[in-house]
Design a protein around this ligand. Sequence first.
Ligand SMILES: [Zn+2]
Length: 173
Amino acid sequence: MLKENLIASFQVDHTKIGPGIYVSRVDGVGGDFATTFDVRMKTPNKEPAVHPNAMHTIEHVVATFLRNDPEWKDRIVYWGPMGCLTGFYLIVKGRPDPRDVQPLVLRAFEHLRDCEGPVPGATPVNCGNWLLHDLPMAKWEAARYAEILKTTASYEYEKTERPGTAGGAFYDS
Ligand SMILES: [Zn+2]
């Protein structure tokens, strides 16, 4: 049953997020689920965000990779940048765990790390701002994030504890 499907967005304390892959929300859509992942590349407000040009290039290259991956392409709903420039949203059909999509995201960023160009879709016909790209910087960011995914990445938000709730600690979900 789609009973627990409309899980509200987590009340995430952005001062406690590090790089990793997190479930941002799960929605019921037409009898199935759509899971939104927070593919977080940077520690918010503590390190420089990704440059807009590099974000745009990461968007193009990784989206193209995801939509062509033999294993996952039919489950990819959306890949797009966060406005805060610290990561991307990945929406996938079904209800996989962050660790289920980690190998896919790692493959995508390793592909970008090794990408020699041209950036797919970076033409006036295919893109709304085709000169806003930076492949060298995108490759640098991809190499860095791929290393994080292989080492220190987190996969679960630290729960926000609300003091003073009757019956003990309350955890947002
Ligand atoms: Zn574009």
